[in-house]
Design a protein around this ligand. Structure first.
Ligand SMILES: [Zn+2]
Length: 312
């Protein structure tokens, strides 16, 4: 797993970034936007897309996968340590690191056996006539905590997005560094994940890429002034309101695909919207985050034939 991470970032990233750019102009005409590091293809007619998905599934039947994992686990030295592992809390380094999440608890099995995991490297995308994403975020009293894995801001009821007629209510947003998803093999300094839930229980997450090197970001400044440095810290400063609309980039062009939570239990069926335009913070603001949360990003996972679509 560590090897994947390294090759994705350094080797794969450099290769992809250079070989992808030639197709970028094709996308511009059809969609009005593109990403320099992403290959963009015209959407195939719907029936073809369906059969492609079926073929992909047939190439990796669940049955044989399960046989493999049973065989693996018999020979897996970690198996004998399972009772030991059960007492280990998941994290990003050492014995609780992402490559072991699937062994820490039975509930976390998707972290190692799931076929639709996140994050991924987005290096190819299909133009599809996706409905626009409608965003309706209201102001909320600032409620910020350090949960030991991430800095999280809880959101009061009344804010949501609507995509394809489906409404997802905003529950919370949190930050990772570096960005988890990569685009054309490149990661960003940080990411904000805006977590939404529909009435049927489906999750939708918007990823906003964040880079240092900019001027001070007023929205982040408001959050960081209540920064909960230590694990377990929780601040609700009196009279401070924020609106996450203030963090959104001007355009909401995004990559859409079906993935998972990027933390245990790695549940799948998450509707991902990774915005292509990054926003900026100052180096000091980036440093303030990193001095407290050193690294909280899961490495990229195999795409396994999933289709990434372009939307706005
Ligand atoms: Zn996240």
């Amino acid at each position: 797993m560590m090897k994947l991470w390294t090759s994705g970032l350094l080797v794969g990233g450099a290769l992809m970034a250079s070989s992808m750019s030639s197709h970028a102009s094709d996308a511009q005409g059809a969609m009005g936007w593109s990403h320099p590091n992403v290959t963009v293809e015209e959407a195939a007619p719907a029936p073809h897309v369906k059969s492609t998905a079926k073929e992909a599934a047939a190439a990796h039947p669940m049955v044989s996968r399960h046989h493999e994992s049973v065989k693996e686990s018999k020979e897996n030295p970690h198996r004998d340590m399972s009772s030991f592992h059960h007492s280990i809390h998941w994290g990003y380094t050492g014995i609780g690191a992402p490559q072991y999440w699937g062994d820490l608890k039975e509930d976390y099995v998707l972290c190692k056996e799931g076929r639709q995991q996140s994050p991924i490297d987005i290096s190819a995308a299909t133009i599809a006539s996706l409905p626009n994403m409608q965003v309706d975020y209201q102001a909320t009293p600032l409620d910020i905590l350090n949960n030991g894995h991430a800095i999280q801001v809880n959101y009061a009821a009344g804010s949501s997005i609507t995509v394809a007629g489906k409404n997802y209510k905003l529950l919370q947003f949190h930050f990772h560094s570096p960005s988890e998803h990569t685009i054309g093999g490149k990661s960003h300094d940080m990411v904000a994940h805006l977590v939404h839930k529909a009435d049927d229980g489906q999750l939708a997450v918007i990823g906003i890429m964040i880079d240092g090197g900019g001027s001070e970001n007023a929205f982040i400044g408001k959050l960081w002034s209540a920064f909960p440095s230590a694990s377990g810290d929780h601040n609700t400063p009196e009279g401070v309101e924020i609106n996450v609309t203030d963090l959104l980039p001007k355009d909401l062009n995004h990559f859409n695909y079906s993935g998972s939570l990027t933390t245990p239990p790695c549940s799948e069926g998450v509707n991902w919207f990774v915005l292509s335009a990054p926003v900026q913070v100052s180096d000091a603001q980036l440093q303030q985050f990193r001095s407290s949360i050193f690294h909280d990003a899961r490495p990229v996972q195999p795409v396994n034939g999933r289709v990434v679509r372009l939307g706005n």
